[in-house]
Design a protein around this ligand. Structure first.
Ligand code: SAM
Ligand code: SF4
Ligand code: SF4
Length: 334
């Protein structure tokens, strides 16, 4: 029986940030004005080692976690990440996945698969190079991310999921080109409402393109129909193209919050636990980990934290809560 929080939500999913660094500067996540040249990222000694991450992952698995997603920052920037994947892949009954910006995926996909990664999600906000660059400040073409997606598909990290954050007035014009491009590809394109994560992206409700509007835009050109969720608590609402061109997803975290089914816990790169994406501070697990606590003591601390959890930020969101101090998305990985 997995440990449950105050609302009866089981602890099922763990997201592990393996670095707070990233080679992109997405305007909705790490705007360059804040995360510039002088930004102080964590020094290596602050990061959990692969052995520490794996030990914690085993404790989480014993508490009921069934899915682990490696994220960041950009997880492929963590040196020898495939070694960590191989260590985590040895834990029984865990579905191991990763979210990446895809920049280094063409070179890494096969090694990740060989190490035991099951699936991968690649973030891509536009097909048009100018819009892509305007959103993330990188100076390489979209083609490089597309190559990464195909390499992941060829390696068997399937189905590959593509995450597109939609920002009003910036890339909403890419909704249809993206839907057309991935129609019939076997990959699952997921549209994400722009969220007020962190305190640096200058979020405004007006910047959000509601999921309903995204669905209507696609349906008008390429008819779609809803699909049942794969499991309770699935974040994306599933749709399929009526012509058999595959599936898409819509993540309506702002306009249709899903806190009632939220089973996710986040572990930062330096070992803090966040029971909500919109948390202000984390619970430090690294100190007990490094000062000799045994697995039972670590499990007890995690159990207590989860059992006391009352988070439902997205259900309570107002324009006022958007300005509260919150952990950055690049720090705990989305
Ligand atoms: N760097 C990797 C990447 O971009 O895939 C992993 C970390 S990133 C923080 C994880 C996910 O969070 C990405 O799919 C990204 O698009 C999403 N994300 C970041 N900021 C967001 C925001 N303000 N609203 C919605 N999604 C966001
Ligand atoms: Fe980097 Fe991912 Fe955040 Fe973009 S969304 S800045 S790629 S961590
Ligand atoms: Fe979960 Fe917090 Fe997001 Fe609600 S706002 S779905 S509790 S992470």
């Amino acid at each position: 029986m997995p440990v449950q929080d105050k609302f009866g939500r089981p602890l099922r999913d763990l997201r592990i940030s393996v670095t707070d660094r990233c080679n992109f500067r997405c305007s909705y996540c790490m705007p360059k004005e804040v995360f510039g040249r002088n930004y102080a990222f964590l020094p290596k000694t602050e990061l959990l080692t692969f052995e520490e991450i794996t030990r914690l992952a085993r404790v989480f698995a014993a508490l009921g976690v069934r899915k682990i997603r490696l994220t960041g920052g950009e997880p492929l920037l963590r040196r020898d990440i495939e070694v960590l994947v191989a260590m985590l892949a040895e834990i029984p009954d865990i579905e191991l996945t990763m979210t990446t910006n895809g920049a280094a995926l063409a070179e890494k996909a096969q090694a990740l698969k060989d190490a035991g990664l099951k699936r991968i999600t690649v973030s891509l906000d536009a097909l048009d190079d100018t819009t892509f660059k305007a959103m993330n400040e990188v100076d390489f073409p979209v083609a490089r991310v597309l190559e990464g997606i195909e390499a992941a598909h060829a390696a068997g990290l399937t189905p590959v999921k593509i995450n597109m954050v939609v920002k009003r007035g910036v890339n909403e014009g890419e909704i249809l080109p993206m839907a057309r491009y991935f129609h019939g590809s076997g990959h699952i394109l997921r549209f994400i409402e722009y969220m007020d994560v962190g305190a640096s992206n200058g979020w405004r409700m007006d910047d959000v393109v509601p999921a309903k509007e995204i669905v209507e835009t696609i349906h008008a050109e390429m008819p779609i129909e809803p699909l049942d969720p794969n499991y309770r608590g699935e974040v994306a609402q599933r749709w399929r193209f009526k012509d058999g061109g595959g599936e898409i997803g819509v993540i309506a975290s702002v306009t249709q919050p899903f806190c009632g089914d939220c089973t996710r816990l986040r572990l930062s790169a330096k070992g803090e636990l966040y029971t909500c994406l919109f948390g202000i501070s984390g619970y430090d697990l690294r100190a007990p980990l490094r000062s000799g606590s045994d697995d039972d003591a670590l499990a007890e601390a995690i159990r207590n934290l989860w059992q006391g959890r009352q988070d439902r930020y997205s259900e309570l969101r107002t324009s006022a809560t958007a300005n509260l101090p919150k952990v950055e998305m690049s720090y705990i990985g989305g």
